[in-house]
Design a protein around this ligand. Sequence first.
Ligand SMILES: [Zn+2]
Length: 387
Amino acid sequence: MARQRHRILLLLALAVALAPPGRALAADPPAAPGPLTPVPPVAPAPLTPVAPADGARLDAGWSVRFQVQTTAPGDVRVIISRASATDADGLLLQGDAVDLGYASPNRLAPSIYEWAAPAGDAFLHRPGTYYWQAFTVVGPTGAGRLGVAGPVQAFDVALPASARARGRIPRAIGRARDGASFELNLRGVPAAIDPPRFARLVGITARRWGLRRHGTTSAVPGVRDGRSVVGFGTRLKSGALGEELEYVLRTYRQRRTCYAGICSAAGPRTLVSSRVVERDVVIDSRVAWEEGPEYPSGDQYDLETVLIHELGHFAGNRRHATRCDQSSPMIDTIFNGEWWRTPGDAFVVCPTPQGTGQVSAAGLRPARRAGRLVTRQIVVGELVRAE
Ligand SMILES: [Zn+2]
């Protein structure tokens, strides 16, 4: 309301300043009545969207240049929103906003203001319909107020069906282990997650690594019981979203020496084999998950991403990929709001997100929290072969 009042005062001030001199004396009895010059209406210079066109379809993952034409005074900003609702001033609601950019004048056409949303901004990767709007802020830095708000325009961020297909995980990312199977525990599924949805996600993800889901069980994942189980739980390492546990039986070779007819194994032991006798995957049930097919919001972790990762360990991929070297689900950490679902449907901020200046300062992005994707070997037995 205060903003509205400021604007009205500003308009009144402008109206007085622009009024012809005779107008100020209008209250005095006119000496010789003459024709009054009408006061021209003081309309703020409009903001005219230039690009992208209203309703444009943009390919996910690419930078986009938002352009408006205006001669209005003040700084030009661009707001991107998930919803088209506006407030009393006609501005898109801050609460729905997903990004905010500061536009600057184009060098060749100074009445064109533009902001290139970087390809690293999340909304450019998350398919869906968005709304954008340019507006001006007038007044001193830090205490500016709304000047003029342009019209709200829509655009779609689109991902081709081919990028969405849940095919085999490419060999370059990790090896599959065809035929290996596990049982699914649906008992620990947290209330916020639909158990059939979870079962379907696990089934689809398993196939992508060559694994087989072999029925359901009440056996608890993360407990050594001779059964390989995938499910939710709460006993994980601190900061872990998911853990793949490998129970290992180790066999060593040791030299047998005999002295005076008494033989014993002595000296250094050599590891001969390390056999995994059971594998469990535990997903933390206390995390704010996005179960899909929607994409995780800034304060959620992506369940499918964590399943792809942990079942990737289950398939025999022990090593982690380097976060910034390649697009892989096998990186050791993901942040809230990130995902890796297919090689063409992924959003992992690189370098590791620290918050990106003005945008996080505007409060549009929740703080980044790292979630670790763990694999652990637990030695459950050692055999020594003396020879
Ligand atoms: Zn891992």
